[in-house]
Design a protein around this ligand. Structure first.
Ligand SMILES: Nc1ncnc2c1ncn2[C@@H]1O[C@H](COP(=O)(O)OP(=O)(O)OP(=O)(O)O)[C@@H](O)[C@H]1O
Ligand SMILES: [Mg+2]
Length: 402
């Protein structure tokens, strides 16, 4: 029993990766590290980390913040703005986080005295700081954002800190608010025209649509923020990932098993964690072979399907015609691309009529993508394909029973 209960998975599906489990992204790290150095020398830098859902944006931002704090003596905060819908809410999260996350006791005490009037309460032995919710107080902080950050900078300088890194993540609620784009623009302009330099590294994190939304409100945002666009990991990086993760638990992986995991997760870190985690729990002898892997992949397909595809696809695509077309596509050979005309031969007349709008919808949902050949498509990841296949069989069985 001890063996079973003490087993602990190194995988963290659905959560940004801890820094010591972080793999690859060397090119991006190099660029961001260069920016950290620029900031240390007193120049403000602004970056937008963009990429599809689950590609590793928050993990990269978290890693960079760690690097800046550890190697370059920065202080920083990673602010998740998911539920935030206005500037007041944003400013509250930013300062609450900043105060909460500085580990240097002297700085922390000084900041608390600077922000004294805005701190409503300190709970849990001073660890959890509760910032004011009073809108007019928060508004004062918005209007004085630059002087406030400057003040923080003076405070940390006394403790030999080199800069401030602010990560604004999960921007979905706030990019639609036009004041946010204006705020960013005015802040950066104000900074550029002010006499003294400010070592601030501002990192925005979001899917490409969020950046487009910002630009729509304020076109200058396009030039203010350098873009780091994350793509799926390549085969070698994916292999490094699985080897490192299983290596952490002294588990060996056969090369066949490794190739299968790499193939099915398609370079998406999110799917790599799901596959790795499922395979980890299937394995019983600390050696991952092809059999463990196949079973794990089927398990992972089910999990990923229920977590990501069901709510996004089967529930969004309400039409029965769409469902049956998707199921037919699921039965195509895994890993291969398919032609529009091939599918059209297989489907009913009703499905043919709805086909083009169906393809547009599932492309937009990130389930399939076009290849270089016109009229040819493939599933974005083989794990998605596998789930659609499993789901198709499930639906068939259900029909038989009824
Ligand atoms: N470089 C990496 N090394 C190891 N694991 C990673 C890496 N990048 C991301 N991951 C893992 O992939 C998954 C998705 O990562 P993350 O949450 O950072 O993505 P995201 O792009 O921020 O997603 P979302 O758009 O949903 O916020 C997580 O389980 C995370 O642990
Ligand atoms: Mg994220």
């Amino acid at each position: 029993m001890v063996g079973i209960t003490s087993k602990e998975s190194p995988f963290t599906p659905g959560r940004p990766v801890p820094f010591d489990y972080f793999v690859a992204r060397f090119k991006e790290i190099e660029r961001l590290e260069r920016a950290i150095k620029q900031v240390s020398s007193g120049r403000n830098e602004n970056v937008f980390i963009s990429g599809e859902r689950g590609i590793g944006k928050s993990s990269l931002a978290g890693f960079i913040r760690y690097l800046a704090e550890k190697e370059y003596s920065f202080i920083g905060a990673h602010c998740f703005l998911g539920g935030v819908k206005d500037l007041e809410g944003m400013i509250r999260v930013i300062f609450q986080r900043l105060l909460q996350e500085v580990s240097d006791k002297t700085i922390s005490d000084k900041l608390k005295s600077i922000f004294g009037k805005y701190i409503k309460g300190v709970n849990l032995f001073g660890v959890v700081i509760e910032f004011t919710e009073n809108r007019s107080e928060l508004h004062t902080l918005i209007d004085n954002f630059l002087p406030v950050i400057k003040k923080i900078n003076e405070t940390i300088k006394e403790r030999k800190k080199e800069g401030i890194i602010l990560v604004l993540d999960d921007l979905n609620g706030i990019t639609g608010v036009s004041e946010f784009a204006q705020f960013l623009k005015s802040f950066v302009d104000e900074l550029a025209t002010s006499r003294d330099s400010l070592p601030l590294f501002l990192i925005l994190v979001g899917i490409p649509e969020r950046r487009e939304e910002l630009i729509k409100h304020q076109p200058s945002v396009a030039r203010i923020f350098d873009i780091i666009d994350l793509s799926p990991m390549n085969k070698d990086e994916s292999k490094e990932f699985f080897n490192k993760m299983f290596g952490k638990r002294n588990i060996s992986v056969t090369s066949k098993a490794l190739s299968l995991m790499v193939r099915f997760s398609g370079g998406f870190p999110m799917l790599m964690h799901e596959v790795g985690d499922a395979v980890f729990w299937v394995d019983k002898d600390n050696c991952i072979d092809e059999g463990d892997t196949m079973n794990g992949i089927i398990e992972a397909a089910g999990i990923v399907g229920r977590k990501y595809l069901d709510p996004q696809v089967y529930q969004v695509l309400k039409s029965k015609t769409y469902h049956s077309t998707l199921r037919k596509m699921g039965k195509l050979p895994i890993g291969e691309s398919f032609q529009r005309k091939e599918i059209l031969k297989e489907v009913s007349e009703k499905e043919q009529k709805a086909f083009d709008s169906f393809i547009r919808r599932i492309k937009r949902l990130g389930i399939i993508k076009g290849t270089e050949v016109r009229g040819e498509y493939r599933f974005v990841s083989q794990l998605y394909h596998l789930y659609v296949l499993i789901e198709a069989f499930r639906a068939e069985k259900e029909k038989e029973i009824m």
